[in-house]
Structures are given as structure tokens and as C-alpha cells.
Design a protein around this ligand. Sequence first.
Ligand code: FO1
Length: 348
Amino acid sequence: MSDSPVTPPSDAARPPLLPPGHPPARLTVLSGGVGGARFIQGLLRLIERTGSDTTVTVIANTGDDIWVHGLKVCPDLDTVMYTLGDGIDTERGWGRREETWNAKEELAAYGVEPTWFGLGDRDIATHLVRTQMLEAGYPLSAVTAALCKRWEPGVELLPMTDDRVETHVVIDDPETGERRAVHFQEYWVRHHAEVAAHAVVPIGMDAAKPGPGVLEAIRDADVVLVPPSNPVVSVGTILAVPGIREALAATAAPVVGVSGIIGADHVHGMARQLLGVIGVEVSAAGVAEHYGARSSAGLLDGWLVDTVDGGSVSRIEAAGIRSRAVPLWMTDHDATADMVAAALELAR
Ligand code: FO1
């Protein structure tokens, strides 16, 4: 029997038809700290569940970074790295598990400030490595890649910029009543976001450039995901890096976000307070409208809200953003994976 001269069209010619909820090949996530890290854990669980060979690039906020005791601390980079590398203290959501605080106690015994910012002994090793490498001339992106060689987070972790940016908050000093700018960490960790705040200022942002790989990760993504991170100091700070908004407007990838506000309050952190500072309604719809629809020079193509906010879906869609109400409580990795699958569905 002669061989059939006709060969079937090769599958390589046709992009594989992905079953619903199956993550596409290349995902890029704009992430803050705790909320973003939990969201990415769910994304990795979804990839594991579907067996897809998806690559994930995380563009992390570095505006929370702070120099303390001569060390450079990068809370959002470290929270993502430790969480995905299984070194995180899951109670706190930051820093290392099985931590000890001897150095912190010794510093306090010397009366050295800031005593309100806790550096654990294990965590200090990360900051020593980072500070040494920065002082040797390595950019933050190279330092992060080096630290990730140990932690193997399973994603490409990119600082939003290699340049120094610090988020400061203008507050009324609780002791003196005088209005002054403090580092975001002092506002959050020392004052628990309980003092009157009047402005959020990303110091150094004008001179900042997107870090290596950042614009490419946005351009080349199949979908860009915006986790329920703080819209002001986490996502907002990433969007403020010159060039990043333009890249998000230009990418062929749908941009889909998940609300960190459920009902009238944030799930974690201080989004409620800071949304008030910038005059944005503290609601899932308010944040969606603040981010704006891509069809009108904004950020979003899609926006997931929690089931309690189902009534706001029509308002969000009226703003030009596709929306769906699904459970958004990240109670465990599978619940979060379901939420990520819903976000990817919205992106299709
Ligand atoms: N948060 C606190 O509430 N108290 C602390 O003493 C504290 C220390 C700290 C040290 C390193 C680090 O990476 C994070 C740390 N955080 C602390 C959390 C940090 O304020 C937040 O992770 C982010 O900046 C906000 O998302």
C-alpha cells in the first residue's frame, strides 16, 4: 500500500485550543506584597492542576523599600520570594518563618532607631547579601535574581525599576500635630495607618526607568494580571514608573484585575485609608473606575469582584470594563486558583 501523499496539517500550525481555565503560555503579574504573593500561589496551583507549561513573570513594587541600620530592605520583593520559596512566616505574611530577633533586641538595647521596624535574624542575612551586592555595583534586578537562585520561587521576579524609589506619606504627626512626610513603612508599621494622611508621594519616581525585562514582560504576555494588591502604594506605584502605563496600554494582552476591596473594606493592609487620601471610593467598583477601562486610556479590560459586590457588575461594565462576581476570599491555594481561573476566563 502506498504511503498517503497527504499529510495532516501539523498541530504546530494551529495554536492549541486551550480548555476553559487553562492558563495561557505567558502570564505577567503586577504585584505588591502579601496579597500579591497569595494570589501568585493560587496561580501556580492552577498551573499545577492543569499541567500547563505556563511561564509567570512577576513585576514587583519596590516603593516600600527602605534603608534601615545600613541595610536595604525590599518588603514586596522579599514577601513574593519567601512566600513562593516556602520561607515565609505565614502568620505575619512577611519575613522568615522560625525567625529569631536577637539583633533587633540588641539594636533596641543600644537605643538605635528605628525600633518600630522589626528585622529578624534570618531576614537580616537577605539584606546583608542584597546590600553587599548593591554596594559592589549590581543592580537590584541582578541582586533579586541571585537571591532567587536560593529560593527558586518558580516565577521570574523583576523589580519594577532598578532605580531608588521610596513611597512617602504626608501625615499629621500624632505627637506634635505638625504635618510632615514619613516613609511609608513608618506610616504603616509605626502608626498602623491610624494617623491622618494627606498625600502619598513616590520619591524618585520621575527619574525611575522600568527595570530590565519589565516592558518586555508586559509586551510579550498573553494576559497581564493585577492581583488584589493595594491600588495606591503597590499597583499604583508600579503604574507610576515612567513607561509602564504606556506599555500596558500598548500590549496585545488583556489586562484583568481582582478587587482587593470586598464590600466597603480592604481584605488586608491599608487600602481603605489610602484610597481615601487620593479621593477614590472604597469599593470594588470605585477601584475599577480609578484604574479605568483600557478602551478609555485606562488599565483594565476585566475586573473580578466578590459575590457580595455582584450588584456593582453592571456599573463596572458601564465603565467599559468586563466584570464578573466570584468568591474572592483567598482562603487556601485551591480557592485562589479558582479565582485566578475566573480572571483568565474573563481575559479570553
Ligand atoms: N510589618 C510590620 O507590621 N512590622 C514590622 O516590623 C515589619 C518589618 C518588616 C521587615 C522586613 C520586611 O520585608 C517586611 C516587614 N514588614 C513589617 C511588612 C511590611 O511593612 C509590608 O510587607 C509591606 O511593606 C506592605 O505591603
